[in-house]
Structure formats: C-alpha cells, structure tokens
Write a protein that binds this ligand. Structure first.
Ligand SMILES: *Cc1c(COP(=O)(O)O)cnc(C)c1O
Length: 386
C-alpha cells in the first residue's frame, strides 16, 4: 500500500494553508531586466544576474566558441579526464582576478561549499556558522558530522566565545560575505582576526559580492582588503558573473587538498567547458573598459534614493540585494502579486528561506535596469506595501 502519498498530500495542504506552497514560474524569454511570464512582459527584479551577463553578447560568443572547440560536455570528472583547457584557463584567470594564489572549479556554489567543508573537517572538528548563512553552508556543516555551532547574525563576540570554548582539533568558521536575503556585509575583518587567533579556517562565501564589491568587482575580500592563508574564498558563477559553476580560491596546499578530498569535485562531472569559457569572458569584461559594474552601482544608488523619496523603508544594504521586510508570508505574497499585476516581477521570500516574521520582498537590482524602471518600482512599492 502506498502510505507516502497521503502523507505528502497532507504536507502540501499544510504548506498551502500557511501560505508557504511554492511553484516555479516559467520564463518564456532569456533572463534579463525584462522577461515574459504567462505571455506578459514584466520588469524583472527577481534575478541574481546583477550585471546583466546571463545573456550578454560577449559571454554568448565565448560559450559558442568553446562549444565549437570543445563540445557541450566535459565527459568526465576533473580527476579522470574532465579537466579541459578552458577549465584550467578559467581557474588561472579567477585566481589572478581575486588576487589569491590558486583557484579550483566546482560544479556549483552548493557543491563547492559542501565539498570544501567536508574535505576540511570531520566528526572531530567543529564548524561555526552565522545563523543567516546560506542553506548550503548549513548543509555542509551537517554533512561533515563535525560539531556545529551557529552564532547570532554578525555577532563577533558570540563567535569569539564559541571559539574560545572549543576543544576541537580542526575549526572552521563559515560565513556569507554578503548575506543573500538582506544584502548586508559580514564583519569579516573581526571574524578573520578570531580565526587567526584560534587557528581556524575561514570559509568566505562571496556568491553575492563577486562582481559587485571591490575594485572592478573583485569581491568582498578585495573590498575589505583582507588576505590570509586561513581564508578559503568561494565565489559562484551563477549570480553576477551570469553563468554557472563556482570557484574556491586560496593557498596552493589547500587547493591541492580540495582536489584530492572534496567529494563534490571528485565524484561529479566537470562543468561543461563552455561554462568555464563564459566565466573567463565575464572576468575579462569586468577588467575591461566596458564593465557593467559602474551602471549597477549607479542603479543601486538611484533606486535607494527613489525609495527614500517615496517613503519605502528598505533594509540597510549597499549591494544589489535590496530587502523590504513586510512580516507575515501573506503580506509578502500579496505585495508580490500586486506588483506582478502592476508589471513588476519581485519575489516574496518566506520561511524557511528567512526567519519567521521577516517575510519580505527581495528586490534585485541589475546594471541592465533602465532608470525609469527603478523609479516606477519605487512608486509601485509605496502602493503595494502601504
Ligand atoms: C546561490 C548561493 C549559493 C549556491 O550557489 P550555486 O552556484 O547557485 O549552487 C551559495 N551561497 C550563497 C550565499 C548563495 O547565494
């Protein structure tokens, strides 16, 4: 007898009752600042494509050239025979871009965090993580079977006490550099000082800082001028850089260790070479005269100013992620629906992605937005959140 089905049905009903049932909408166009959903064109404030690179001509050209030279698949995991010339080139280019000794490609940011944490700590170790860290840092900590201590968001004093109390042989502190639902920057300088004092690794997840913060978008470590052999720096390719995949960068020994021990790298097919080529093209664009970063920074400033003028109380954020906390899931969902009616795609973010009581609209600003889209959204937000 099938006992799972009634249980799942009940579970789905409960989700629906609590306003937490999710569905995937189909985009009928490429990702971009305007998209078509259900046959309707919407101004898109929902993607992580902060620089408008997901459908950029330079990246498309690089990916097509890589397809012609290397095909569509890597054909093997990196240690077997799936590490092709475009992968090696992208790793070298990223290490230089981030100003770190070496970099290693992973299939995704999720896989990078899981792989790095499990490779570095085992059940004799301890992992310390900010409460608002991305889900994959939590999952990596759990999978490692290490003791796992979560500290209140941004609370360096609590982290200090926890490190002080720890007797673990290997310690690893994991934190988002830019928090994905609030857009605020972690207190990395103080966190690194603690890691150095306690001989802990610091895994910095810069999914939302790479391409956005630092000179030419070199990321949050560059922005804060932080360097240390204790740092493992993780940056994804799926957000500002417009493609797919992730890098972990750091000291040569740490990188060799990951290549030998990170199970998500060893037991998974390498990225399609075109994804590596697109990454290299994105970095070249950021370092060149046609970088889209100045437009992104101008749009963030213009949007915040327009919201201030319209009386919309955004959370404090200098990054592309602009949160408007509304409280209950119902409020966030109804505001999101009202915005969609008005022609804007702005996602409602609910538990478990954010803590209960902090359901919100998560507004993502892109270099590709037109100034008039930003002004119109600020006006629509004032109405929808009133
Ligand atoms: C998106 C994200 C990831 C996962 O990266 P993918 O490449 O999409 O798997 C990891 N950490 C943070 C903070 C993220 O926002």
């Amino acid at each position: 007898m099938d006992t799972a089905a009634p249980t799942l049905a009940a579970g789905l009903e409960a989700l629906a009752r609590d306003g937490l049932l999710r569905r995937r909408r189909v985009l009928e166009t490429a990702q971009g600042s305007r998209v078509v959903v259900d046959g309707r064109s919407l101004a898109n404030f929902s993607s992580n494509d902060y620089l408008g690179l997901a459908n950029h001509p330079a990246l498309r050209k690089a990916a097509k050239a890589a397809i012609d030279a290397y095909g569509v698949g890597a054909g093997a995991s990196p240690l077997v025979s799936g590490h092709l010339a475009p992968h090696a080139a992208a790793e070298a280019r990223f290490a230089a871009f981030a100003g770190l000794p070496r970099a290693v490609l992973f299939p995704s940011g999720y896989a990078a965090n899981l792989g790095a944490i499990v490779a570095l700590v085992d059940r004799h170790g301890e992992v310390f993580g900010d409460r608002l860290n991305h889900a994959c840092l939590h999952d990596g900590a759990r999978l490692s079977q290490a003791r796992y201590t979560r500290y209140p968001h941004g609370d360096v004093a609590a982290l200090s006490r926890a490190l002080e109390a720890s007797t673990a042989a290997v310690k690893l502190v994991a934190t988002d550099a830019v928090f994905s639902m609030d857009g605020d920057v972690a207190p990395l300088e103080a966190t690194l000082a603690l890691c150095e004092r306690h001989g802990a690794w610091l895994l910095v997840d810069d999914a939302h800082g790479i391409g956005v913060l630092g000179a030419q978008g070199r990321g949050t470590l560059d922005h804060l001028r932080l360097r240390s052999p204790r740092i493992l720096y993780m940056a994804t390719l799926g957000k500002a850089l417009g493609g797919y995949g992730a890098f972990v960068a750091g000291e040569p020994d740490a990188m060799d260790w990951l290549v030998n021990r990170a199970r998500t790298l060893i037991y998974s097919t390498a990225l399609p070479p075109m994804a590596a080529a697109a990454a290299t093209a994105a970095l070249a664009l950021l370092e060149g005269a046609d970088s889209p970063l100045p437009a992104l920074l101008a749009n963030i400033a213009a949007f915040r100013a327009a919201c201030r003028d319209a009386g919309v109380a955004l959370g404090e954020s200098a990054t592309a992620i602009q949160p408007l906390v509304l409280g209950t899931p119902e409020r966030a969902v109804s505001a999101s629906l009202a915005l969609q009616e008005a022609g804007f795609l702005v996602p409602a973010i609910r538990p478990p992605t954010v803590p209960p009581g902090t359901s919100r609209l998560r507004i993502s600003i892109s270099a590709a937005h037109e100034p008039r889209d930003l002004l119109a959204l600020a006006a629509a937000l004032a109405k929808a959140s009133a």
